[in-house]
Design a protein around this ligand. Structure first.
Ligand SMILES: [Zn+2]
Ligand SMILES: [Zn+2]
Length: 239
């Protein structure tokens, strides 16, 4: 059996593509393999994280009653994913209250650091999801916003503390922006000055001197004339 016949049909289609594209250049079978491996790795990591969350929830005692409606808890996705004691019924009914938030937004909106989410006990749970904007980016870590908010409030004391911290962060951010802008302006100005100096120097060495009328120095019996542009003076005597 030839080697070609032993490979799977998916691989075969890659190889066919490679044959087709090779002439056009730029198609690399190794790249395709690397992407497939990466996707496979991410997929299994997503499952691993989700299973880990489920396992952690099983290890804890699920509250008998839902925190919100107080009915007996039957199924709870929020419990199994995030260890959050809200029943599926309430989650359905009040979706807006149980939104997920990306780690990036969690840090930005609730002024948290990685360690506030990951190391401060209990570490907040998250799920991994494919980035919808660009699959080349890594997976997004999705936190339950309610838990992120709770964490933030526990760090900043209360809503007032968080609001104050946000105000300070905003001011810092705008100061940073102004400074960045100033720096950029200075760089642009420096650039313009350098260009002006260059063109001035360049004009000086490349121009053809036009001399003013000659001046006679009686004491030295010497004539001179000056180029106003480059200030060059030539001196000469007439015999
Ligand atoms: Zn409920
Ligand atoms: Zn000149």
């Amino acid at each position: 059996m030839s080697k070609r016949k032993q490979i799977s049909s998916v691989e075969a289609s890659y190889v066919r593509k490679q044959d087709d594209y090779e002439g056009a250049g730029g198609f690399d079978l190794r790249e395709v393999t690397a992407i497939a491996e990466r996707d496979q790795y991410r997929k299994s990591k997503r499952a691993r994280v989700r299973d880990g969350n489920k396992k952690a929830s099983l290890g804890e005692l699920m509250p008998e009653n839902c925190d919100r409606c107080n009915n007996k808890m039957e199924e709870s996705t929020l419990w199994s994913d995030y260890g959050f004691g809200i029943c599926d019924g309430c989650r359905e009914e009040h979706r807006g209250d149980y939104k997920l938030i990306t780690k990036t937004d969690a840090k930005l909106v609730y002024l948290l650091k990685d360690e506030d989410l990951e190391y401060r006990q209990p570490a907040l749970r998250y799920l991994l999801k494919k980035n919808p904007h660009n699959p080349r980016y890594g997976d997004m870590a999705l936190y339950l916003e309610k838990q992120v908010e709770e964490r933030s409030l526990s760090i900043y004391g209360d809503q007032g503390g968080l609001d104050l911290a946000r105000k300070i962060a905003d001011e810092k951010r705008s100061t940073r922006l102004v400074n960045k802008y100033k720096k950029q302006m200075n760089e642009i100005k420096r650039d313009i000055r350098a260009k002006e100096k260059f063109s001035k120097d360049y004009n000086l060495i490349s121009h053809e001197c036009t001399y003013q009328p000659e001046i006679y120095d009686e004491a030295k019996d010497e004539y001179s004339k000056r180029c106003d542009e480059c200030q060059e003076v030539i001196k000469y005597q007439k015999i």
